[in-house]
Design a binder for this molecule. Sequence first.
Ligand code: SF4
Length: 453
Amino acid sequence: MKPGLILINPWIYDFAAFDLWSKPLGLLYIAGTLREFGFRIHLIDCLDVHHPGMESDRSIPLPRRQLFGTGKFWRKEVPKPHCLKQIPRPFSRYGISKELFVHELKRIKNPSAILVTSLMTYWYLGVKEVISLAREIHPEVPVLLGGVYANLCREHALEFSGADQVVGETGLTATHSVLAALRQYGIEGETESLESDRLPYPAFDMLHGIDYVCLLTSTGCPYRCRYCASHFLNSNFLTRDPHHVLEEILYWVNRFEVRDFAFYDDALLVGFDNHLAVILEELVRLDLKLRFHTPNALHLREITPEVARLLYLSGFRTIRLGLETSDMNQHDEIDHKVSAGEFENAVHDLHEAGFTKREIGAYILMGLPAQSVDSVRKTIEFVGRLGVTPYLAEYSPIPHTPMWEMALEHSDYELALEPLFHNNSLLPCWDKAQRARVPEIKKRVQAFRMNRA
Ligand code: SF4
């Protein structure tokens, strides 16, 4: 019989969480690839909003779903961890019930290994809990942990997660590291190589219902923003063959009638002419009435009238721009990715192409070390006045980024000891007086969203 593997996407424990095209894409790639290598894959997605086992559970309210496949998760309020007791907000576990998770684990007999993924560093409580439960039910089975938290906080993960091993690679090639780690335990699939040198598609078909598919046409980013871990996690900027990406989109459309696609690229528009343009021109020709979304921001300086035109005609409906701040002196210090006039030009081109205010949003970083509240406020005004919807992106300090040392200096929290303090909801690099002005900032954002500014 084929060796069985349990793949787990853990719960989120946080003050807030929302399904903004959030899927464990890395884990789904690994699932799709290991299936081709001849493993039996059992996927447990703790964030599955369509799990049939939740239908009869009345203890958790039904999550409200919204436009384009986004929406709320299942949510159950839980006690706060001791170190967050002073935060006056409810804390919740997002995802399926614990009983259902245990039931799922028990259904799988004699797995050879358990693979767990991780995302935000401050979500490790969910990781730790699924590993602990998996160990109770399958005590002799090795547990491998991968993903973002595991790579950014490797020592912490080795000490506290309960996993046997941390797999030290992310991105499209992480499956090689997983296969190598499995071999150390004598676990092999039915075949040692794949027929094609193309990576199999991520296993969205193993989910209960596909609201949308997440696409990765490239990994890494040529920029080096001081607050971002992209370079640490994927040191090279690599692109896939655009024809293969197009085939993948058509596969999901024709086999599963998927209409919404979210791009997970960090640098989707870089090298546009020979990459994304090839895909979009064909999509315009096919006119499939698809909708595309860019929850990871687009680079402003890559947007030209032609880029905007193709984005619009091919069906992009959610455009997010990585502005971060309108203060160009601050850009010189933190990222060098925006110069004076580039935001205005990009917005002009997008409007000319046909995008509305509702469809164009700009991310504004809030809570950076040494950033003033007034500079955030000015950026909101700047964005709103140009007919773009402002979106606040609260800064989370991330280990291994160039800004990490500065974050440590500016925070009252023990960031280096406790990843829960990286939580962006805490605004851990702002002081009490700055945090006290957040409601005023949020009110201003809301006014622009509601057209009341
Ligand atoms: S441009 Fe975006 S993805 Fe690239 S380094 Fe900067 S923040 Fe990260």
